[in-house]
Design a protein around this ligand. Structure first.
Ligand SMILES: Nc1nc2c(ncn2[C@@H]2O[C@H](COP(=O)(O)OP(=O)(O)OP(=O)(O)O)[C@@H](O)[C@H]2O)c(=O)[nH]1
Ligand SMILES: [Mg+2]
Length: 345
């Protein structure tokens, strides 16, 4: 199968493959590209046909740089759905395609300007002003794609920060309303250090931590908080949590905050739980957190990630759920994740 050039593929322990957007190139600004092209063209300004050679040098440098940039971005055709949805939530795949196509358009405009002016130069007495005119037109094409280049550079930063989730490692996916203690749980059971704070949507993207139990490595995926609202109204941060819940395999730890110190009512938190259970294909353990603040009877378990009470027991139960569910989570989910394609490679 063909691969997106912007994706890095890792072979772990011979079989597992993890994809990351690590190889995306830095995106220069319009001005940087123009400076590079015009500087090089000055060096080419020797000999009888110096204006022609300056024009050709600048035109080639600009169009080649733009074309190479577009080629290095993934087409998003062959990537696992989890990464696709994550990228879509973070940067908008369709928007990214539009910006890339504008950069391609600029490359072809610059090629056309070069060709057109080289033709005009034949037999002309004032090659210098033709060359200057061509440079002016190239500069305005480059200026017109300034927002596109800035967008792509911003997208690159976001994509490079995406987590590495190994599909073959048993995974606990931590979900729930904002501010209920998801990242605090992740911190107490793994060495990861996600940001925690007393305001909603502290976690802005999917994070991954690990722990080892009986020589088996486990993954904990910390997701951003979700609100109980239709998919169409969800923000890009929530959509990353949805991507993890829809496409990763493992078991879900759904955290409730009965103290409501998180700022959201239990009615809302329970409605989201019902909604998620409606479409989720993974086993779910419902745990009431912040038991140092209030007692709550109606969850599967209770804990306090602040004092640490109950956390070890919750982890034991999650590990047992993962062991029991391994067989059930076989081929179908694997197919959905899209990893089989990668393994073929
Ligand atoms: N009293 C008490 N506070 C807690 C407990 N667990 C977490 N908190 C506090 O709750 C707040 C939110 O914790 P986080 O771990 O950032 O919550 P989160 O669910 O990851 O939040 P988002 O990333 O915004 O969705 C922080 O101020 C924590 O200190 C707990 O067991 N007891
Ligand atoms: Mg968090």
């Amino acid at each position: 199968m063909s691969f997106c050039p912007g994706l890095k593929v890792y072979l772990l322990e011979g079989t597992s493959i993890v994809v990351m957007f690590e190889r995306l190139p830095t995106v220069p600004t319009s001005q940087e590209l123009l400076d590079r092209a015009f500087r090089r063209s000055t060096r080419a300004s020797t000999g009888q046909k110096k204006d022609e050679s300056m024009l050709m040098t600048a035109g080639n440098i600009l169009s080649d740089n733009l074309t190479n940039l577009v080629r290095k971005y993934p087409s998003f055709m062959n990537i696992p759905p989890f990464y696709y949805d994550l990228a879509d939530a973070a940067v908008g795949v369709d928007e990214m395609r539009i910006h890339l196509s504008r950069v391609s358009w600029a490359a072809s405009q610059i090629r056309a300007i070069t060709k057109d002016h080289l033709t005009k130069m034949k037999g002309s007495g004032d090659k210098r002003s033709l060359r200057r005119g061509a440079f002016g037109r190239m500069a305005s094409v480059m200026k017109s794609i300034e927002p596109d280049l800035l967008f792509l550079n911003d997208a690159r930063q976001k994509l490079r920060g995406m987590p590495t989730v190994d599909p073959d490692v048993p995974t606990i996916i931590v979900a729930g309303y904002p501010n209920v203690g998801k990242s605090s749980f992740m911190i107490s059971v793994t060495g990861a250090r996600p940001e925690i704070a007393s305001y909603p949507f502290t976690t802005k993207g999917v994070g991954v931590g690990h722990f080892v139990r009986d020589h088996q490595r486990y993954q904990v995926v910390d997701t951003p908080g979700l609100l109980d609202r239709p998919l169409s109204q969800r923000n890009e941060i929530e959509l990353q949590a949805i991507a993890a819940l829809r496409h990763l395999r493992g078991a879900v730890l759904y955290i409730l905050d009965p103290s409501e110190y998180c700022g959201f009512s239990m009615a809302d938190q329970l409605r989201l739980l019902t909604d998620v259970k409606g479409w989720l294909r993974l086993p779910v353990l419902v745990v009431a957190n912040k038991r140092d603040l209030v007692a709550y009877e109606d969850a599967d378990m209770t804990m306090s990630t602040l004092s640490g009470d109950g956390v070890a027991e919750v982890l034991d139960r999650m590990v047992a759920m993962l062991e029991n569910s391994c067989d059930d989570l076989g081929a179908d989910v694997g197919k959905e994740i899209g990893w089989s394609d990668l393994h073929e490679k």
